[in-house]
Design a protein around this ligand. Structure first.
Ligand code: IVH
Length: 746
């Protein structure tokens, strides 16, 4: 069996089929059939597939394409002749009263899939362009296991899996343990009512299950769908009962002795009112453009759903029209599935590199053979730390499953150990920093390995400076990674304070790196240098909170920096605070307190702070909420989305934080308000579905007003004593790179 087809970029498999030399066709067909049979067995019988769906689909499509091109070679027992599925021999068989069909799939990820479906439906119905548009019901395509629930006189009498579409497996006892499935239906229902839908597992429940399995030393499930399948197709229902399965209804099987509905929308509404869970993300729409829009909208929502979907389903809404359209082969003409790019794909881990972060943390990164996943080409994935690699049992050369959902950072979720090549070695974390050669130490509590080089390590130095200059810290526009790298590499900046003594002359001088014979390259153009210097000068006037945040003390994020500024109000008091005093501050626990104390204990850090003050960094008196004053927004969680008419997103955020609110990046049940501007996308939609209050800029400003009046000015800056001391100390202290204690940076 060759494995050559497994890692190419041809998604359909068709191009591959067309390119194959005719003499090789029979052999290739045999290979593909053997692969698919093996994968079918793993998937349907063992509930333990070894390849992601995209891989399976491509192989399957290649076989289908070969069979279409060379029908004379087609094996009558080819897996393409089956709807898919197999019946587990140890569960009782159930013959479906109405067979459970498959559905035509549009693999074109663009809107073309929706347009093509509408075109086919209209042509089947003999409609011309002048006829009215068709109404469709749009739904999610759940990625689970289809099931048929049979109710007689309103009582659940049997539940079966889809199996091969004609014959499924009896899972009645197991289904009875799924709490969201009604065992009895109240009210007026047909004598026989078969309800079809998907048994799935929410991602959260899947992760909890796998954690439990790991603790018990039992096999891990690959993804939520396989966990759902494995949990439903159990001989022992007490196992199923422990597995948090869910059911979402979307179709009917046999219905007799009473009418049920006239449209698919009505089917869903009636099912919902009978107590079946129906996903709320469905919608009745008119015409093909609206189908394409639904496809886009759900794609934006996809990462925020609690469960996996692999596409959407369009159905002609009118059940009479459905009947007229009928079936072709085993697929209805009135429905189609329109897919999304897969969120998982196979590739090879070609190397494991180490990145050194701002606080010295060594992060292993997998360098991957580029692969298309989650709609983008991925070539790196973070591996977090040593334990994570050990947990995956990953080695360079391994074939891995990569996952990327939405904007989430790509992750290696699994290693296919059966494909490990010869001669691989287990990964070991380096004992010296790959950037500066200093020793590394492992922080047992956090599982992290750190470089002990501190600012001696150019990597830490550069990232500290980039953080210092970043927008929400000192906000020095134009001092990004590229310039910082150059300034550090050229030896011009050894500490953040050095930024403030840069001159135009130095910035426009030729670089130290000279290529023999070539003209020397300037560090910067004169215009860019002037702009940068102006921005540096402007940044000297800052706020106390921004200054604290810019210092980059470990564990001190923006919110903590603000709390510290409000609580201590002056640098003197903050520097003097011990752990107990620090822990008085909101959100500051023991770890943060220890980190802050260690930071200020480090002489090098104090030197840098003094040098910064001496260079002219200053801030106005800290405004503090007077006691007893209440802000309408204090303690509330806000999400900002879209473009506001006058405020930038950062300005709105600053105002909210200053008034004691929390600002989060994503909408959840914990969100109190969403502030929406123009072109607000999925966050606004999610807020609407969750019933969260939505504000425009005006409403936000109105809410902020009372809190602005409750501010009181309590301290004044610049603090002369600090500055004078710093001036005298600057002369006495040479900034010398040294290895600071853990948690200190400058
Ligand atoms: S309706 C004749 N609706 O897709 C159409 N199916 O190939 C009957 N599926 O195995 C199915 N979400 O598990 C329908 N909203 C949805 C669906 C859905 C997922 C699955 C179902 C079936 C496959 C059809």
């Amino acid at each position: 069996m060759t494995e050559t087809s497994l890692l190419d970029d041809d998604f359909s498999g068709e191009a591959k089929a067309k390119a194959l030399e005719p003499t090789k066709v029979p052999e290739r067909m045999r290979e593909l059939i053997a692969l698919i049979e093996k994968w079918d067995h793993e998937y349907y019988v063992l509930d333990a597939p070894s390849v992601p769906d995209a891989e399976y689909d491509r192989t399957f499509n290649e076989l289908k394409a070969l069979e279409a091109l060379y029908p004379e070679w087609k094996n009558p027992a080819s897996p393409t002749a089956r709807v898919g599925g197999a019946v587990r021999s140890d569960l009782a068989k159930v013959t479906h009263a109405v067979s459970m069909l498959s559905i035509h799939t549009e693999t074109d990820f663009s809107s073309e899939g929706a347009i093509a479906f509408d075109r086919r439906v209209r042509s089947e119905l003999g409609l011309t362009d002048d006829d009215p548009v068709i109404q469709y019901d749009c739904e999610l395509k759940f990625d689970g296991l289809a099931a048929n629930l049979r109710y007689e006189k309103g009582v659940l009498v049997q539940a079966a899996t889809r199996g091969d579409g004609q014959v499924g497996e009896d899972v009645t006892a197991n289904v009875r343990t799924v709490r969201s499935i009604p065992l009895k239906l109240d009210g007026d229902v047909p004598d026989v009512l078969e309800v079809r839908g998907e048994v799935i597992m929410h991602r959260e429940d899947f992760e909890a299950l796998n954690r439990r399995q790991a603790e018990l030393g039992q096999k891990l499930f690959v993804n939520p769908r396989n966990a759902a399948a494995g949990s439903l197709r159990q001989l022992d229902p007490t196992v199923t009962a422990k597995r948090s399965l869910r059911f979402y209804a979307y179709a009917l099987g046999e219905v007799s002795g009473g009418a049920f509905a006239h449209t698919q929308t009505e089917v869903l509404n009636r099912l919902e009112s009978l107590g079946f869970p129906v996903a709320k993300e469905h919608s009745a729409v008119m015409g093909p453009e609206a189908l394409a829009r639904f496809h886009d909208d759900i794609e934006a929502l996809r990462p925020t759903l609690p469960f996996d979907i692999d596409g959407v389903v369009y159905k002609v809404d009118d059940l009479e029209l459905q009947k007229r359209l009928g079936f072709i082969a085993r697929e209805p003409r009135w429905a189609c599935a329109h897919k999304y790019p897969p969120e998982e794909a196979l590739t090879i881990c070609e190397a494991i590199d180490i990145q050194v972060g701002r606080t010295g943390k060594l992060t292993p990164v997998a360098r991957l053979k580029p692969v298309f996943v989650g709609g983008v080409t991925v070539s790196n994935a973070t591996l977090h730390n040593e334990d994570h690699i050990a947990g995956l049992d990953l080695r360079v050369g391994d074939t891995v499953v990569v996952r990327r959902a939405g904007d989430v950072i790509p992750e290696v979720v699994r290693v296919l150990h059966e494909r490990r090549p010869e001669g691989t070695e287990p990964f070991v974390m380096p004992s010296v920093c790959p950037v500066c050669g200093s020793a590394t130490i492992r922080d047992e509590e956090e599982k992290d390995t750190r470089c002990t080089g501190g600012l001696v390590c150019p990597s830490q130095m550069k990232l500290s400076l980039v953080h210092f200059a970043s927008r929400r810290a000192m906000g020095i526009d134009g001092l990004g990674e590229k310039i910082v790298n150059l300034l550090v590499d050229e030896g011009l900046v050894k500490s953040p304070a050095d930024i403030f003594s840069l001159t135009h002359e130095v910035l426009i001088a030729p670089t130290n790196a000279t290529v023999e014979g070539a003209k020397p390259i300037k560090r910067m153009g004169p215009k860019a240098a002037s702009n940068l210097l102006a921005n540096i000068a402007k940044a000297k006037e800052t706020t106390f909170a921004r200054f604290i945040f810019a210092l980059g003390c470990r564990h001190v994020g923006e919110a903590t920096a603000l709390s510290l500024a409000q609580h201590f109000r002056t640098l003197d008091r903050l520097e003097a605070a011990d752990e107990a005093a620090l822990m008085q501050v909101d959100d500051v626990g023991e770890i943060i307190a220890q980190s802050i104390v260690a930071f200020f204990k480090e002489p090098h850090n104090r030197t840098v702070i003094e040098a910064l003050i001496a260079a002219g960094v200053m801030w106005p008196a800290v405004e503090v909420l007077t006691e007893g004053a209440t802000s309408l927004v204090a303690g509330k969680t806000f999400v900002l989305t879209g473009t506001l008419p006058t405020l930038s997103r950062d300005e709105a955020k600053d105002l909210l934080i200053a008034a004691g609110a929390k600002v989060s990046g994503s909408v959840s049940k914990k969100t109190d308000f969403v502030v929406a501007g123009t072109e607000a996308g999925s966050k606004l939609e999610k807020a609407q579905t969750l019933g969260i209050r939505i504000l425009d800029e005006e409403a936000l400003m109105a809410m902020l007003k009372p809190s602005a009046e409750s501010f009181d000015t309590v301290a004044t800056m610049p603090q002369e004593t600090d500055r004078q001391e710093a001036d005298s100390q600057r002369e006495a202290t040479q900034v010398k790179p040294q290895a600071p204690e853990q948690g200190s940076l400058f």
